[in-house]
Design a protein around this ligand. Structure first.
Ligand SMILES: [Fe+2]
Ligand SMILES: [Fe+2]
Length: 213
């Protein structure tokens, strides 16, 4: 079944729903693995946002930003995006171009400024070591940080054309280090680890296979 049809996007506002579906359909055709990653980041952001008690309005801004955070990759040729042997210059090109292009797609689609801000900060870090702006401290909002953690978690766990996925345990160690380095709030990484552990526990118990997190 087509995941896009199956996906309900509970936290995407009706006013932007059609634009989200059109952009995601394009992304699915352009790079299926980036599309899968975007759905994954939406799911993880929704679970984190709910667990951390965000209001419905904040959840909608966060989750809309989450599902479109890498939409700028539409502007990058698929052979570069999915290359197992990306050169350093290609890597830098993808790194900076996709954030710039994400902002352009979101402005063009008439998305709220809050959504554009969260999506454009998904590679920033609280300690200032992120990109493209090297924002610091409270310039990286709580919602920004939720998206940063969800994006990292998905990237760490997923197997892509150029790398294999890591285990939940390995992922938890990387997330702990992110919090120790003051890249994101520890409350968010702890929450992410507990969501992953619960998911693993349910998958290990065959009686719970019908449950979905
Ligand atoms: Fe990205
Ligand atoms: Fe991403």
């Amino acid at each position: 079944m087509n995941k896009l049809v199956d996906f309900k996007f509970q936290y995407v506002d009706k006013s932007v729903y059609p634009q989200v579906i059109i952009l995601l359909s394009e992304l699915n055709k352009h790079s299926h693995e980036t599309y899968e990653h975007s759905l994954d980041v939406y799911n993880l952001s929704a679970q984190l946002g709910e667990m951390l008690g965000l209001s419905k309005h904040k959840l909608c801004n966060l989750c809309t930003a989450a599902v479109l955070h890498d939409i700028g990759k539409l502007a990058i040729p698929t052979y570069i995006l999915e290359s197992p042997n990306m050169t350093i210059s290609q890597r830098n090109y993808v790194k900076y171009t996709h954030v710039k292009e994400t902002i352009r797609y979101l402005i063009q689609g008439g998305f709220p400024q809050e959504v554009i801000d969260i999506a454009s900060h998904h590679h920033e870090k609280v300690n200032g070591s992120g990109y493209p702006k090297g924002l610091r401290g409270n310039k990286v909002s709580f919602e920004d940080q939720i998206l940063i953690v969800a994006d990292h978690t998905s990237a760490i766990l997923m197997t892509r054309s150029y790398k294999s996925g890591k285990t939940t345990k390995e992922c938890a160690t990387i997330l702990d280090n992110m919090a120790k380095n003051n890249e994101v709030d520890k409350k968010i990484t702890d929450c992410m680890v507990s969501i992953l552990n619960t998911r693993d526990m349910l998958w290990q118990n065959p009686n719970n296979h019908s449950m979905s997190l």
